[in-house]
Each structure stands twice: as structure tokens, then as C-alpha cells.
Design a protein around this ligand. Structure first.
Ligand SMILES: [Zn+2]
Length: 365
């Protein structure tokens, strides 16, 4: 937890970052003025990838698949012909069935309804390998990736993304590709709120505005990268052993300031406990950041990164390939923290999302 003794004006300016480093220890939790419990358990994600959900006659929206072919369709689930219901437990998804079997290109969202802080996968089937299509979502253009003759992209929905329906358009840039516009429904994740009173002593870290801005720009720059080859396979693993502290997206107010969403999950572990790579990837940053402390960032390809923060030790170097479960450092209390813990972030094409669904099922094409 941040001990920002934050001066009001500065606090407002840095609050997002402050929340990012965010950082709870058991002792700090006791200092919370109040916690409106919309039970953290409700903040836990439903497995995104149960989208194999060959929907039965009673489709379940959160795991449903929206498909569209020649004409736009509303984001209602499209029942498939398969009678098999999706398993309740997370399984690596097999290729998602598509109900329409038209020969032309078809666009598919999985799931078609997504909570704030979760992700959805866009797939384009029966499309040529050129030109490279893009996904247009919320004013941004995302290059699709080709894997096993399937165009796909995983798109993150920010914790503060406004609930409601949003257009998702796939375009090949020709202007006449005839692809339908589909709709994703973003639902309110009802993140719990927490008011935190912070000690003034660590506020000194927050007074260095240039260092804070450097941190923001450095991470933004890293996360703007897009390695087109997906490196990860299967579900991610938790990068440290320990109970969860603050979950992703919690709306936290420090010293009565404005609320901002927690940008990762906190894993409560002792100083020196091993931190491992959550999945296969390549180390793209190691170093000390103003708020997040000693940091390792891993690029997993396809626009997906993980960040490991407040470390006491870093045992990898930039450029190093890492395997899942490989030790990359140790839990620490560097940066804006009051006690050792791991602040773990997962970033999808520049958007911080809840890492936990990624540990429950494979998310991919
Ligand atoms: Zn945190």
C-alpha cells in the first residue's frame, strides 16, 4: 500500500501511478478506513476461455460466442449444433466452433460479454493471409495476428471502461471487405472500494514528479510493443506463492483523494520468496522504478506482457528468454510499499487487465 502522505495537488496528478504500485500488506489493510465488500470473490473472473461453449439451447452470455457472417448480428450467443455444454472447470479451449458455415469470412468474439478488466478474443475465419486485418475497438486499431491460418487478436477492456455495448469492427483496409460489425457488451465489474489512510513518510517518493513521469512513459513505451508471435502456451501460473491482497481493479482512495483502479493483483509473500515467470516469454526490462520499485517485465508476444514489481532481487537480464515457472527474482518491498509483497500486472496491448483469468484457462487463438 502506498504510504503517500500525498499533498493534494500532487496526489491527484500521480494517483493513477500510485495506485499502480499499489500495494497492500496485511498491516495496511487494517489501516483501511472502510472496505465496501462486494466480496473480492465476486471480483474473481469467470474463465474467459470456456468459450468452447458449444452453447446448449440455453446460452449463457458470459461464456457465449458471438459470430457474424454476412450481416451484423446482435451480441447474442449463437447456439451451435454441438450438444456438449462447456465444462465448468477451466480447460484449454479447443478451437471454438462457429455456427455459421458460410464460405465467406466470419468474425467471432469470445466472449461477447466481458467484465471491466477482462479480455475478449476476436477471430476472423475464412480470410486470406493478405492483407493483414485490424480490429477497430474504442478508437484504437489493433493488428490481427495469424496463427494456424486463423487471424486473431486478444483485446483488453480497461478497469474503468464504461459499461455498455461497444462496436468491434474487423477491417482489411480495403474499405469494401464486407465484414460485419459485431458488438461486445462490457459489464460493470463492481470493483469494491477502499479508503486508505497513508503515512506521510513515503510520500517523499511521490514528490519526484519527473521520476514518476519517466516510469509512466517507460512502461507505456514497453507495452506499446507488439511481438507478433505468441510465446505463451496454456494457462499462466501464479508468479509467487501466497494469499491475495488487493485484487485487480479495486477502487482505492488515498487520504481521501479521488478513486483509482488497482492495476494488478497483490500476492502477499515474504521478502526473498521466489518470483517466477508466469509463462514463456522474453525479458524486456529490468530495473528500478520510482513507484513500482525493482521491476521485471516479460513480453509473451501477441501484445501480452507481465510485470513483476517491488522485487528485492532480479535474477534475469534484458533479452533473456524465460520458461514458465523459471525464477526471475525475489519478493521485496522496493518502491512505494510498506511491506513485502508482489504486485503483479498483466498488460494486453497497452491495457492493464486482471491477471487471474489467465491462470485459469488458456487464452489465445
Ligand atoms: Zn498492488
Amino acid at each position: 500500500m502506498l504510504r503517500t502522505g500525498a499533498i493534494a495537488a500532487l496526489a491527484a496528478a500521480v494517483l493513477l501511478l500510485a495506485a499502480c504500485s499499489g500495494d497492500e500488506s496485511p498491516g495496511d489493510e487494517a489501516a483501511a478506513v472502510s472496505i465496501r465488500t462486494l466480496a473480492t470473490s465476486t471480483a474473481l473472473p469467470t474463465p474467459v476461455a470456456t468459450a468452447t461453449a458449444a452453447a446448449t439451447t440455453t446460452p449463457v452470455p458470459p461464456t457465449a460466442i458471438a459470430t457474424a457472417t454476412a450481416t451484423p448480428v446482435p451480441p447474442t450467443p449463437s447456439p451451435s449444433t454441438s450438444p456438449v455444454a462447456a465444462p465448468a472447470t477451466a480447460q484449454p479451449p479447443s478451437p471454438t466452433p462457429v455456427a455459421p458455415t458460410a464460405d465467406g469470412p466470419s468474425v467471432e468474439l469470445s466472449p461477447a460479454t466481458v467484465k471491466q478488466g477482462d479480455v475478449f478474443v476476436v477471430r476472423l475465419r475464412n480470410a486470406p493471409v493478405e492483407p493483414t486485418p485490424v480490429v477497430l475497438f474504442s478508437g484504437l486499431s489493433h493488428v490481427m495476428l495469424l496463427e494456424n491460418e486463423l487471424w486473431w487478436a486478444v483485446i483488453g477492456v480497461a478497469a474503468d471502461f464504461p459499461p455498455g455495448q461497444q462496436r468491434v469492427q474487423v477491417s482489411t483496409g480495403t474499405g469494401a471487405d464486407g465484414l460485419p460489425i459485431v458488438t461486445v457488451t462490457v459489464t460493470d465489474a463492481a470493483f469494491p472500494e477502499e479508503n486508505v489512510e497513508l503515512s506521510p513518510e513515503t510520500s517523499q517518493l511521490l514528490t519526484d514528479a519527473p521520476a514518476i513521469e519517466d516510469e509512466r512513459q517507460l512502461l507505456d513505451s514497453l507495452y506499446a510493443g507488439l511481438s507478433r508471435k505468441r510465446d505463451w502456451a496454456g494457462p499462466f501460473v501464479m508468479p509467487a506463492a501466497g494469499a491475495l491482497g488487493d485484487t485487480f481493479g479495486m477502487k482505492r482512495s488515498f487520504n481521501g483523494g479521488p478513486f483509482s483502479n488497482h492495476t494488478g493483483v497483490d500476492i502477499l509473500a515474504a521478502e526473498g520468496a521466489p518470483v517466477v515467470a508466469a509463462n514463456v516469454g522474453r525479458v524486456v526490462y529490468t530495473g528500478a522504478l520510482q513507484l513500482r520499485g525493482n521491476t521485471v517485465v516479460i513480453d509473451h508476444g501477441a501484445g501480452v506482457f507481465t510485470g513483476y514489481h517491488h522485487l528485492s532481487q532480479i535474477s534475469v537480464v534484458e533479452g533473456q528468454a524465460v520458461s514458465q515457472g523459471e525464477t526471475i527474482g525475489a519478493v521485496g518491498a522496493t518502491g512505494l510499499v510498506t511491506a513485502a509483497h508482489l504486485h503483479w500486472e498483466l498488460i494486453v496491448r497497452g491495457v492493464r487487465v486482471d491477471p487471474l483469468p489467465w491462470t485459469q484457462a488458456e487464452i489465445g487463438p
